[in-house]
Design a protein around this ligand. Structure first.
Ligand code: IMP
Ligand code: MG
Length: 175
């Protein structure tokens, strides 16, 4: 069975433009705050690097790592592989994630970070598949709302491939 992708769903130019807008908003919203950006590896590595450089106020940067392991019902469960290493007590944390689908990963991340006693935790997702929700979750900042299709590129993978593409495309199944 072969997988292919067609023309970009979201082009590199659209990503660059949207990140500039998000950066301006975050810069305004976090003026005077103790901002810590927490990128979610591996999927958000590209988005975190680009968004961080579009934010015009000093920010610390850290990462956590999640992994979705297939479960018996095929839905997949998210596990936490590593937590942030900075002391987040009293800081204003902004989570930077690639995509929200069922909402389970986002919920897990918010629960984990709350235990670090930050002053605030907000969530920024590049992509939101609002049609995929199994638990309710609304990000504070969203790059693009997309249809309920499997996408790859700009950090997002299929079997660990395609992360290095500079655009986002829908992965189609051929034969
Ligand atoms: P959740 O269903 O909201 O918990 O999303 C779990 C994780 O699955 C996300 O953080 C992504 O890493 C991954 N994921 C969800 N949808 C896609 C997709 O379309 N392409 C690649 N990864 C995805
Ligand atoms: Mg992810």
């Amino acid at each position: 069975m072969e997988k292919i992708f067609g023309k970009p769903l979201i082009t590199q130019e659209e990503i660059v433009h949207r990140i500039r807008e998000l950066g301006l908003r975050i810069t305004r919203d976090y003026e005077g705050k103790n901002l810590v950006l927490v990128g979610v590896l591996k999927g958000a590595f590209a988005f975190t690097a680009d968004l961080a450089r579009s934010i015009g106020i000093p920010a610390q940067i850290d990462f956590l790592m999640t992994s979705s392991a297939p479960s018996s019902d095929g839905a997949g469960t998210t596990r936490l592989l590593s937590e942030p290493s900075l002391n987040l007590k009293g800081t204003d944390v902004l989570v930077i994630e690639d995509i929200i689908d069922s909402g389970k990963t986002a919920r897990l991340i918010m629960d984990v970070l709350a235990r670090h006693n930050p002053e605030s935790v907000k969530f920024c997702a590049l992509l939101d598949k609002t049609g995929g929700r199994e638990v309710s979750f609304s990000p504070d900042y969203t790059g693009f709302s997309i249809p309920n299709r499997f996408v790859i590129g700009y950090g997002l993978d299929y079997k660990n491939k395609y992360r290095t593409l500079p655009f986002i495309a829908v992965l189609e199944q051929t034969s």
